[in-house]
Design a protein around this ligand. Structure first.
Ligand SMILES: Cc1cc2nc3c(=O)[nH]c(=O)nc-3n(C[C@H](O)[C@H](O)[C@H](O)COP(=O)(O)O)c2cc1C
Length: 374
């Protein structure tokens, strides 16, 4: 019935270290908790007797119709959650009519992911700027050639946040065989067999993409010194929609607009990077009032229900991205699990809009949503 149900099912399907890699956040996980607390403070102010027979949850973003204002955001290592990984996610997104943003850290190559979605798929690609700018440019060109429409440049990961659960679990990719990890893995033989009998886990889009320690790879290959000048270079070679993902303040949203971005994703990376960083939902109204006329403002982190999406739309977002919700679905049941997650969001959003008296997404106005005092 809910994403929380999928999360509970996921826990029983994969090794604990894999579940916690997905589920966990950085340091004390304060930002992660605060994102959920903020959504719990949402109060809806419905319009009664609006008289709509049906509601339409579809929307248009960058000239593309989407069946609901939801994007499956970029997440690394999908093939750890389920052996079909990014292929399953791309198929589920395409058949549901919403975009999937493939990460640079994908475990299926960007060309292979593009091929499974079919001609109607809305493909987004997420870029980490690498130390080797030549390789970075190549990756952008490959994404363009493979039919990706929008580019998300993630800017909140100069280094990896400390994920304490991963350190304590001895998490690594591929799993290191110690007595503890062997015990963990032996409890999930089906997952383990699927992993062993399918193609090796690599960062399939990046040359020399043998994943070892996730954090070591990020810190070695991606450039911590990326600047707004780099964004301008990306802008020169990418003519489709360009979004900065991981913006957390009004100042940076303004700078994104000044340097040619078409949109920003307000995001704390799901509380996985800088702990105690702002909560996207709380920053949203201020950002929309400062740059809403120049940028499409999207939001992620902590979005778990269609009602959360309605709240974000009411406070000015054009759409929400989700990370963990579809990974819970993927762990719980592969492609079908992701489809279930998307359907859960659609039915919750439809019901919320009906009860709110908002027949279309554009009818969810700021006056319908307020945040109660903490
Ligand atoms: C397991 C995992 C891996 C992720 N990998 C990436 C990544 O490679 N690139 C990126 O920009 N964001 C990555 N993210 C962040 C997501 O794109 C998104 O910002 C975040 O998951 C949203 O929060 P939510 O999980 O609460 O929905 C990852 C998130 C998770 C949970």
């Amino acid at each position: 019935m809910t994403v929380e149900d999928l999360r509970a099912a996921a826990r029983h399907r994969v090794p604990r270290s894999v579940f916690e890699f997905v589920d966990g956040g950085a340091e004390d996980e304060l930002t992660m908790q605060r994102t959920r607390e903020a959504f719990a403070r949402v109060e809806f102010r419905p319009r009664v007797l609006g008289g709509a027979e049906a509601v339409d949850i579809s929307t248009t973003l960058f000239g593309r119709r989407m069946t609901q204002p939801l994007v499956l955001g970029p997440t690394g290592f999908c093939r750890l959650s389920h052996h079909e990984g990014e292929r399953a996610v791309a198929r589920a997104a395409a058949s549901a009519g919403i975009p999937f943003g493939l990460t640079t850290m994908g475990t299926v190559s960007l060309e292979d992911v593009a091929a499974v979605g079919g001609p109607a798929a809305a493909r987004w690609f997420q870029l980490y700027v690498m130390r080797d700018r030549g390789l970075t440019l190549e990756l952008i060109e490959r994404a363009k050639a493979a039919g990706y429409e929008a580019l998300l440049v993630t800017v909140d990961t100069p280094v990896t946040g400390q994920r304490r659960r991963d350190v304590r679990n001895g998490f690594s990719v591929p799993p290191k065989l110690t007595p503890r990890t062997l015990l963990d893995l032996s409890r999930r033989p089906a997952w383990w067999m699927n992993l062993l009998t399918t193609e090796q886990l690599t960062f399939a889009s990046v040359p020399a993409g043998e994943p070892e320690a996730h954090a070591a790879f990020i810190d070695g290959v991606f450039d911590p010194a990326v600047s707004f000048a780099d964004l301008e270079h990306v802008r020169e070679v990418w003519d489709g929609p360009l979004l900065l993902k991981g913006v957390q303040t009004v100042e940076d949203a303004r700078r994104a607009a000044d340097h040619g971005a078409d949109g920003v994703v307000l995001s704390s990376h799901g509380g996985r990077q800088l702990d105690r960083s702002p909560v996207a939902l709380e920053v949203l109204p201020e950002v929309v009032s400062a740059v809403g006329d120049r940028l499409e403002v999207l939001l992620d982190s902590g979005v778990r229900t269609g009602a959360d999406v309605a709240a974000a739309i009411g406070l000015g977002a054009k759409a929400c991205l989700v990370g963990r919700p579809y990974l819970y679905g993927l762990m719980a049941g592969g492609e079908e699990g992701v489809e279930t997650m998307i359907e859960i969001f659609a039915s919750e959003l439809r019901r919320t809009m009906h009860l709110l008296g908002a027949p279309t997404v554009d009818d969810i106005t700021p006056s319908m949503v307020r945040l109660r005092e903490a």
